[in-house]
Ligand binder design. Structure first.
Ligand code: ADP
Length: 287
């Protein structure tokens, strides 16, 4: 799109000159459109749980005495679920807006083993409850990578949370980290031909429902969720856009390989931390 500005230079009723500025504002227009689309999507997503909460509370208030104990419990359970959904949504939206608000994050040497350990600790119980095996394969003596610790923990959490969500009992979820020049210690089927000495690869794989080829490029879009019966109340459709945003900030790219009914592997590479490069602040600006 083009913004055309015309300036007439009028002097004593006669036109002295015309200046025309042509400016490509496609990017600004697209950004504004994306922002209003986002706000309208958020409002829509917030409205549903709010509406449900209000309806159930009103029913309990007006007709609570006519309902049986079991029914009342069920209604309260729904209110509880919807509140959780609202909390997840608000947290995800806040995370995204923080990422895009232009604030700076300090990038330094990150100990991946520690970040992975911290993430897994929060998912251990969930995996046990679901009957899914949680596997951790972090190569010994992994070098530090250049990154932001908290943001990386968030990435691992989102990817492991998804992997667990879409994997049923008896399945496996694994997180692996290894330096690309080292010999791979497991066969996960991800491409390794572009190995570089100074990179660490992180893979999060599951034996879950998989993602159809036609959906694979859309899953990183905000609010996109594949239509399937696994979708009950969990999820906001924002998790992977947060992951992509953070990995972009690490000057890297998230890849995935997936097969329906077999499972999914997400992977990305991070640069090894160079002691000689001082820690830096990376500005997070709107994409
Ligand atoms: P959500 O909150 O719905 O999980 P995400 O942005 O994290 O949102 O993921 C978007 C969609 O991508 C999910 O709703 C799901 O359909 C699909 N997806 C993500 N991770 C996996 C996975 N490991 N296995 C199968 N499908 C997945």
């Amino acid at each position: 799109r083009i913004l055309l500005t015309t300036v007439l230079n009028l002097q004593r009723e006669s036109i002295k000159g015309i200046a025309i500025t042509v400016q490509d504002i496609t990017r600004e227009v697209e950004l504004n459109e994306a922002k209003s689309q986002f706000i309208s999507n958020v409002s829509h997503e917030l409205r549903t749980p709010l509406f449900n909460i209000k309806t159930y509370i009103e029913t309990l208030h007006d007709y609570g005495e006519d309902l049986g104990l079991e029914e009342r419990q069920e209604f309260l359970q729904t209110v509880n679920h919807e509140t959780d959904r609202l909390t997840r949504l608000v947290n995800d939206v806040l995370d995204l807006s923080k990422l895009e608000s232009g604030r700076s994050y300090s990038f330094d040497g990150v100990d991946l083993a520690q970040a992975i350990e911290q993430t897994l600790r929060t998912y251990q119980l969930n995996a046990k409850d679901k009957g899914v095996e949680l596997i951790q394969e972090v190569a010994p003596n992994l070098p530090l990578v250049m990154g932001n610790y908290d943001l990386l923990v968030q990435v691992f959490g989102n990817l492991i949370g998804n992997a667990l969500k879409f994997t049923t009992a008896g399945g496996k979820v694994a997180i692996r980290a290894y330096q690309l020049d080292a010999k791979p210690n497991s066969s996960s089927g991800t491409p390794r031909e572009h190995s570089q000495l100074s990179q660490v690869r992180i893979e999060i794989s599951d034996t879950g429902i998989g993602i159809a080829t036609e959906d694979q490029h859309s899953i990183f879009e905000r609010f996109f969720r594949v239509e399937n019966r696994v979708h009950t109340l969990e999820g906001t459709g924002l998790g992977l856009s947060i992951v992509r945003n953070i990995i972009d900030r690490h000057r890297s790219k998230v890849h995935l390989v997936s097969e329906v009914g077999v499972g999914t592997t997400f992977w990305f590479d991070l640069a090894v931390f160079d002691e000689k490069t001082p820690p830096k602040l990376v500005d997070i600006t709107i994409e």
